[in-house]
Design a protein around this ligand. Structure first.
Ligand code: GUN
Length: 294
């Protein structure tokens, strides 16, 4: 029997907890956390993500500040906006939706954020803190994966984890988080030799490679916990499209101990963790002990 890990339900629990913390922050400290979301251009997928972020921010009782800029925005204009948001006391968290148009140096923009407001955890100072065990902001998607893993497995100490994918947004921070939880971590990718064998050794398999159904059933160790970060749109044969992950979900049935579905697995956790990080940022910036809020 393979357990289906319900990320949608777990994300709703995270959002409810965050909403409770926001009420406590308002009532006891007079603070309403604020999240600024910056979107440059009109990429349809990014527009959908940003709309969902704004909606869920407001639903959690926080302030949402939206900045939608034209596709020909210059780097200097964007840096000037970062400066304004860094200096705005009502803004606790800043998220710049990626990818940015090609005339803009994404690293320069992200690193211009005040590190403490970088709720995406992409600032070089937060990346360094993640790898060195310091207190920083943790990227939302890998944080959501870790929450699901800990909820399902409890203590991860000593587990063999394989992260398939080496992006700065998911693969690398995921590996750092699992290492911090005392897993033995392998980072694999599309050019890893004997990839199927490496995957089949893992107690925890996190697939974040962006290739539809790349991970086959016989790549999975019997009983392993599989976290599928992939969101790939493929033709379904009848002129329509459907979403699939990086793992062949059907083939994993009966082999994996547990697996996240696509959609409804990791996806909903990303925004829930963004809200979680925004409350964390607001608490740290105001010297509030978060644990005292719940
Ligand atoms: N684009 C795709 N994923 C992300 C994310 O997690 N954060 C931001 N800012 N942009 C993204």
């Amino acid at each position: 029997m393979t357990t289906r890990i319900d990320g949608k339900a777990f994300a709703a629990q995270v959002r409810a907890r965050v909403a409770g913390e926001v009420v406590a922050l308002q009532e006891r400290h007079g603070i309403t956390p604020g999240l600024a979301v910056v979107l440059v251009g009109e990429d349809p997928a990014s527009q959908v993500y940003v709309r969902n972020k704004e909606k869920q921010t407001v639903e959690a009782g926080m302030q949402s500040f939206e900045h939608k800029l034209s596709v020909d925005t210059t780097q200097d204009q964007l840096l000037a906006l970062m400066d304004d948001l860094n200096n705005d006391g009502a803004v606790n968290g800043i998220l710049v939706q990626l990818p940015l148009p090609s005339q803009i140096d994404s690293d320069a923009v992200i690193n211009a954020l005040q590190r403490e407001k970088d709720v995406d955890g992409f600032h070089i100072g937060n990346v360094g803190r993640l790898w060195t065990g310091g207190e920083g902001m943790v990227p939302c998607t890998p944080l959501g994966c870790l929450m699901l893993l800990q909820d399902h497995l409890g203590d991860l100490t000593g587990k063999r984890a394989l992260v398939l994918g080496r992006s700065n947004i998911v693969g690398k921070p995921m590996a750092a988080l699992l290492l911090a939880q005392h897993c033995t971590v392998t980072i694999a990718h599309s050019r890893t030799a004997d990839l199927a064998v490496r995957c089949s050794e893992a107690d925890i398999l996190v697939a974040a490679v962006g290739r539809p159904e790349m991970v086959k059933g016989d790549w999975i160790k019997p009983g392993a916990t599989v976290i599928d970060v992939g969101i790939n749109r493929v033709e379904s044969g009848d002129g329509k499209t459907r979403l699939v992950g990086d793992v062949n979900f059907e083939a994993a049935q009966g082999v994996a101990g547990a697996i996240t579905p696509v959609p409804g697995g990791v996806g909903p956790m990303t925004i829930a963790c963004l809200l979680h990080n925004t409350v964390e940022a607001a608490c740290r910036q105001n010297g509030v002990d978060r644990a005292s809020l719940s």
